[in-house]
Design a protein around this ligand. Structure first.
Ligand code: FNR
Length: 350
């Protein structure tokens, strides 16, 4: 049940496969004979300096993967010098995660029908030292995840949605289908709209990243509504099936953002080459979801550290073999996509 919850996508899982496959259709145009003896992967995200453009996406219920759950993830992210995003539905509270030690952390927000609950939670996250809100906007209802329905997915009885424990919303009841889908239907606000993005700015000074944008239209609306950044995400293919892979939607969003706010990507990033491709298409950084829960399940904190190190090493190697010594040097010309004009046809014919 736990594995299925982590691994699966919505319905036919077409987008789940496509999130990976689309990366494999983007090829490199590496440059040669450039001194790559020193590679700088550092970057600054919303004013915070981090060691690499590889960050951790919010994933719910991490104690289902490992007893140390979110604590382990927080420590591993901090050790790697990167950002962890804590899910609203974490099995550890914002205060507990903050108590693991220093680290730059974002808080992912699901907006509940009861806005007092939301206001309280945002205030707690801010007080606990979280630096930004990732507002998830693709989940007015839960996607149809058939494995969860079949398994009648629910949280194991020893775990709670820790952030909501004191608010009587910490338990997930069993249901005839997915317990999580029922919880969402009961608690999450389907009326959420652009005006709420503005409302959120009246209750917090934290910058807001809109998570779940995949079109130019919504990019422009997000910026108008005051977003500090955009996360191109299809929720790891767990919401609407048959949306494009995020790497296929990225460039449309980057163009619409016109450099006004940074654009990030999550979905299917499994290799250092994927990170490079996202940056070449204009992303300021990427987030990983499943690699964290799987490495957590395998080896706890050491596992998450290892996954971050593997991606870091692979990304550094990709930069070296492409002739890039800093993130600034990664350009659109370092890759070729299937929507680019075929270069061969531009060459003179004999
Ligand atoms: C998620 N995701 C997610 N997103 C969110 O905003 N809040 C959440 O609580 C969760 N929970 C969650 C659980 C699990 C098990 C998965 C796999 C995903 C989506 C997540 O933040 C991110 O968008 C995707 O996971 C990125 O895709 P990859 O890296 O898993 O392919």
């Amino acid at each position: 049940m736990a594995y299925d919850y982590y691994a699966s996508g919505a319905e036919d899982q077409w987008t789940l496969e496509e999130n990976r496959n689309a990366f494999s259709r983007i090829l490199f145009r590496p440059r040669i004979l450039i001194d790559v003896s020193k590679i700088d992967m550092t970057t600054t995200i919303l004013g915070f300096k981090i060691s690499m453009p590889i960050m951790i996406a919010p994933t719910a219920f991490q104690k289902m993967a490992h007893p140390e759950g979110e604590y382990a993830t927080a420590r591993a992210a901090s050790a790697a010098g990167t950002i962890m995003t804590l899910s609203s539905w974490a099995t550890s509270s914002v205060e507990e995660v903050a108590s693991t030690g220093p680290g730059i952390r974002f808080f992912q927000l699901y907006v509940y029908k009861d806005r007092n609950v939301v206001a309280q939670l945002v205030r707690r996250a801010e007080r606990a030292g979280f630096k930004a809100i990732a507002l998830t906007v693709d989940t007015p209802r839960l996607g149809r995840r058939e494995a969860d329905i079949k398994n009648r997915f629910t949280l194991p009885p020893f775990l709670t949605l820790k952030n909501f424990e004191g608010l009587d919303l910490g338990k997930m009841d069993e249901a005839n289908d997915s317990g999580l889908a029922s919880y969402v239907a009961g608690q999450i606000d389907r009326t959420l709209s652009w005006k709420d993005v503005k409302w959120l700015q009246t209750i917090t000074t934290m910058p807001i990243l809109v998570k779940g944008v995949i079109t130019a239209e919504d990019t422009r609306l997000s910026i108008q509504a005051g977003a500090a950044g955009i996360i191109v995400s299809n929720h790891g293919a767990r919401q609407l099936d048959y949306v494009p892979a995020t790497i296929s939607a990225l460039e449309e969003v980057v163009k619409a953002a016109q450099g006004r706010v940074p654009v990030f990507l999550d979905g299917g990033v499994r290799r250092g080459t994927d990170v490079f491709k996202a940056l070449a298409l204009g992303a300021s950084g990427i987030f990983i979801g499943r690699p964290v829960v799987f490495s957590l399940a395998a080896e706890g904190e050491a596992g998450v550290k290892k996954v971050l190190q593997m991606l870091r090493d692979e990304f550094e190697l990709t930069m070296a073999l492409s002739g890039c010594t800093s993130l600034r040097e990664i350009t659109r010309d370092h890759i070729v996509t299937e929507w680019d004009a075929p270069r061969a046809r531009l060459a003179p014919r004999l």
